[in-house]
Ligand binder design. Structure first.
Ligand SMILES: Nc1ncnc2c1ncn2[C@@H]1O[C@H](COP(=O)(O)OP(=O)(O)O)[C@@H](O)[C@H]1O
Ligand SMILES: [Mg+2]
Length: 405
């Protein structure tokens, strides 16, 4: 068997996808460009909420539109991941840092920003810099309220005006840790209102990325938040888009994919970008001859299932799902549409023996205790609270699409 030395895997299970491999989302991109970027470039501030589940592609789409906005629409893009932020001071520090790192697509802009904010740079290095964390922490509180933050963003634009910058595109990603308290909701609403009421509003595109529950949580804390966002929903990918992704990704490494293998990869990805990358990565490593075959794809599905099981499923749940007792039940669940998170007990119960029915009850109770399932609105309805668990069951089932085996 010819053995290839591997190049670089074109798959990125844990990161936003590089632009060359970004597929689909044409409609959402158009909407963000027209109603967001276009309006802001014309002088009107806009707030958008990019909404969708974990792993569906929110950060990736934010990256793509920020780049487009930067490159032909005269907005200056700042991308602030707020994963570690709990307070408004943390948010302010993250925005400061993100500003310092902004302008990556245009050296003259990034240089300008760095000179302005030089005191927050700890050490210049050959390819970048380290932060002066103490200075950042000390000054962040100064911009930790909406009007000061607005002032700061206005200053960013002013400093870049002669570089053709008309407005600022601030993306706040990974807001999970912030929405429980009321102050973040007030801060965001304040930012929008203060700007709207100022005599000369800053052309600001404020974009938040998060799951729907986080937006609801903000509304619960501060009702008027409901009105400020244009919500852009990110859903699962279409099969053609998934297929295009695999083709492009393998192609970029000079590899090809047999039709049967393609069928399997698309089928098991279930339109879910995160799974797409996990599967692709495993197929990339399973392959030995530059042609991804059905065997490679099947091996990849088994490996991806283990990846999902060990990395994204709680260990207690993972253990329970491996119990032989539940095999029949899981096989029946796996047969349902993987993009549906809910099912009814009746769907699963049909055709089970008395013993299996007892096991089903036991299973449902246990999964509820482990918070993997919750009761739905209908009688006998159950809903998966975690898409990755649902997809683990799907990948584990090894039930190829019709005609693939
Ligand atoms: N449009 C896309 N084309 C190709 N890969 C994508 C696309 N969107 C997301 N991905 C990939 O899917 C995974 C999850 O994407 P990410 O943007 O991090 O999702 P989220 O921010 O919603 O959790 C990453 O591995 C990313 O590279
Ligand atoms: Mg993300």
């Amino acid at each position: 068997m010819p053995d290839m030395t591997k190049g670089r895997s074109p798959f990125y299970p844990g990161q936003p996808v590089p632009v060359e491999l970004f597929v689909g989302r044409a409609e959402q991109i158009r909407r963000i460009m027209e109603r967001g970027v276009g309006q802001v470039a014309a002088g009107k501030p806009v707030a958008m909420f990019v909404q969708g589940e974990y792993g569906i592609g929110k950060s990736s789409i934010a990256g793509v539109v920020q780049r487009l906005a930067e490159n032909g629409h005269s907005l200056h893009s700042i991308y602030a991941p707020l994963g570690g932020a709990r307070t408004l001071e943390d948010v302010a520090a993250a925005v400061l840092e993100a500003t310092l790192r902004s302008g990556a697509f245009d050296a003259s802009k990034s240089e300008r920003v760095r000179n302005w904010l030089a005191k927050y740079i700890g050490q210049q290095e050959l390819f970048g810099f380290t932060l002066n964390a103490a200075a950042l922490k000390q000054d962040a509180p100064q911009i930790a309220n909406s009007s000061r933050m607005l002032g700061f963003l206005g200053e960013v634009r002013k400093r870049l005006e002669d570089r053709g910058v008309k407005g600022v595109f601030l993306a706040l990603d990974e807001i999970n840790g912030l929405t429980r308290g009321a102050d973040f909701a007030h801060f965001i609403k304040g930012l929008v209102d203060t700007n709207a009421m100022s005599p000369e509003p800053l052309p600001l595109l404020l974009m938040l990325c998060g799951v729907e529950e986080r937006r609801r949580e903000m509304i619960e804390k501060h009702r008027p938040v409901e009105r400020i966002f244009d919500v852009v929903e990110i859903e699962s990918m279409r099969n053609e888009e998934t297929e295009e992704f695999f083709r492009r990704a393998f192609d970029s490494e000079g590899m090809s994919v047999e039709p049967k293998a393609m069928g399997l990869l698309v089928h098991y990805s279930a339109g879910f970008p995160k799974i797409m990358h996990l599967l692709g990565d495993n197929a990339y490593w399973a392959d030995r001859d530059g042609v991804v075959s059905a065997e490679d794809a099947i091996e990849a599905v088994a490996m991806a299932a283990e990846d999902v099981g060990t990395k994204y499923v709680d260990q207690q749940v993972y253990g329970a799902l491996r119990s032989a007792d539940y095999r029949t039940i899981l096989a029946k669940i796996a047969r349902l549409d993987p993009s549906e998170l809910s099912f009814t007990k009746g769907d699963i119960e049909a055709g089970l023996t008395q013993t299996q029915k007892l096991k089903l009850n036991n299973f449902l109770q246990k999964m509820k205790r482990l918070k993997v399932l919750r009761s739905g609105e209908l009688r006998g309805e159950y809903v998966f609270t975690n898409r990755m668990v649902r997809l683990y069951i799907w990948l584990k089932s090894q039930r190829p699409p019709a005609g693939a085996s």
